[in-house]
Design a protein around this ligand. Structure first.
Ligand SMILES: Nc1nc2c(c(=O)[nH]1)N[C@H]1C(S)=C(S)[C@@H](COP(=O)(O)O)O[C@H]1N2
Ligand SMILES: [Mo]
Length: 507
């Protein structure tokens, strides 16, 4: 049959809808099998792992914790454009578009095969649905040459078919999303809440923060806790299915279940986590009371063999971190395999059911979420970010941040409050000083000390004349080490420099 070329817009719509159907169907099958195999997750995570380091850093700086939303949006736009092109190539014949969609489908299958936790049901479904829907819509969209009177009927048929595809893809996508969120993990989390023993944490004194003066609350509510990870789809691990293998250079290999952990000695301790990607003045720092088993206890139980240097931890999604054993074995380091956060089980985004936290080390070398494997080994093995040019070891640097006034704010002339936070985890903060317009440093008032593993709030009152001003702050830690004014980028091992804020005193 010879037919006229499909009108351009209609041809592009065929491509875009076929892609939508492929993604929706894949998302649904991933919900029924394993969320990590959703085409969104496979493509997104592959992009994350392949992205050059500077681009990733730029994305975190630009979008902060909205980086994943930005990636998804960008991905969707690119996929829609490519699919429209596939449709436009197929105005006369069905096969060029099917070829393009098929090749992208196969690339998706290949990416799924390359990921640590493969699963081909979802990508294969996407491939088949994409090809079939494209072929079908192409035929519905075709315009019969000899029957101009039927143009309206043609159009109506295409409209009905497209609407069906849109509804089907949307319903599959939404159902997949619900299934993925359900997946038994939420009920597992509820059950865990009842099973985690209540360990009394040292009470946080009411004057540990200066909230009224503009600092964050001392403990960060779980929903406000900063989140950084490479997982586009949050891994779903039920506590009942969770196992940790502690192996490598040990005398006795341990395989622990969630209950095995709960039966051991649990500790509760407030810890301030910080991301190495936190720019000077940045938001990637939060504090929670974590409950968990001391990592040292487990290492002693397993018996570390001579010559071992690091604990190499792996997440269920393949992310890895390497933590020096001499740090983890310090009697008072307080590193935990955490099961609880601020009186609740770990939120899914923060590593449910079990993660590691190590006071004094940046998260990327120590705070593995969705932890499933811990190998005692030498430094011969490079961890996720080490392979991408970041430092192998990364103790947190002494830093401080101004939270009030905000940059660009206008404050009443005369007396006003400057307030913020300072941190030097596992050393503690000794002093914070503030200066205005490059003048003399003056000491700030410190909030009540809670622990050397947590941040310390500070505030002071300044009197400045009307006009534009700059305030700066600097901290000194308890080893006497002052915060360096030298500006360093976040890569390879954390930013340094004094935070400064420009603002105006109103007349
Ligand atoms: N599985 C996994 N764990 C991870 C990461 C990750 O990408 N995947 N990122 C690390 C980094 S860089 C940081 S800063 C902390 C952040 O922990 P949070 O999201 O609970 O604040 O988790 C660490 N643990
Ligand atoms: Mo981080």
């Amino acid at each position: 049959m010879t037919s006229l070329p499909i009108p351009r817009l209609r041809a592009a719509v065929v491509g875009v809808l076929a892609a939508a159907a492929a993604l929706g169907a894949g998302h649904l099958v991933a919900g029924l099998t394993s969320p990590r195999t959703s085409p969104f997750a496979v493509v997104g995570n592959t992009l994350i792992d392949l992205t050059p380091e500077p681009v990733k850093e730029f994305a975190i700086a630009l979008f902060g914790t909205a980086d994943k939303l930005a990636l998804l949006t960008g991905m969707t736009i690119v996929i829609a454009l490519l699919a429209a092109v596939a449709g436009l190539l197929s105005r006369r014949h069905w096969w060029p578009g099917v070829l393009v969609i098929g090749v992208f489908g196969l690339v998706g299958v290949g990416a799924a095969l390359a990921r640590p936790t493969g699963g081909l049901a979802a990508p294969l479904t996407s491939l088949v649905v994409g090809v079939v829907v494209f072929w079908w819509l192409h035929h519905v969209a075709a315009v019969a040459p000899e029957a101009p009177v039927e143009v309206d009927a043609d159009r109506r048929r295409f409209l009905v078919a497209s609407t069906l595809v849109v509804l089907g893809a949307g319903a599959a996508g939404i159902a997949g999303g619900f299934l993925q969120r359900g997946a038994g993990v939420t009920s597992s989390q509820l059950a865990a809440a009842a099973r985690i023993p209540k360990v009394t944490a040292p009470p946080i004194p009411p004057d540990a923060d200066f909230v009224a003066s503009g600092t964050p609350t001392f403990l960060t509510p779980n929903r406000d806790f900063y989140r950084i990870d490479t997982a586009l789809v949050v891994p779903q691990v039920r506590a009942e299915d969770w196992r940790l293998r502690l192996h490598g250079m040990v005398q006795r290999e341990l395989v622990l279940s969630f209950d095995d952990l709960l039966q051991r000695r649990l500790e509760a301790r407030p810890i301030t986590l910080t991301c190495v990607s936190n720019e000077v003045g940045g938001p990637l720092i939060s504090t929670a009371t974590f409950v968990g088993v001391p990592v040292r206890d487990l290492l002693l139980e397993a018996g570390v063999r001579p010559g071992a240097q690091q604990l190499f931890t792996t997440s269920v999604d393949g992310y890895t971190a390497g933590t020096p054993l001499d740090v983890l074995l310090e009697p008072d380091r307080g590193a935990l395999l955490a099961v609880g956060m601020n009186g609740e089980p770990l939120p899914l985004e923060h590593g449910f059911p079990v993660r590691m936290v190590v006071p004094g080390l940046y998260g990327y070398v120590s705070a593995t979420k969705w932890l499933v494997d811990a190998e005692v080994t030498t430094f011969g093995r490079a961890h996720y970010w080490e392979r991408r040019g970041w430092a192998r070891q990364a103790p947190i640097k002494t830093e401080s941040r101004i939270d009030r006034p905000r940059a660009g704010a206008s404050v009443p002339a005369g007396a006003f409050t400057v307030a913020g936070i300072a941190w030097a985890q596992h050393t503690g903060i000794d002093r914070v000083e503030v200066r205005a317009d490059g003048g003399a440093w003056q000491p700030a008032e410190l909030a009540t000390d809670v622990s050397r593993d947590t941040w310390r709030m500070w505030r002071t009152t300044l009197h400045l004349p009307p006009g534009d001003h700059v305030v700066e702050c600097r901290a000194t830690d308890r080893s006497g080490q002052p915060q360096t004014p030298e500006r360093h980028a976040v890569i390879p091992n954390g930013a340094t420099g004094w935070h400064s804020v420009r603002f105006t005193c109103a007349a």
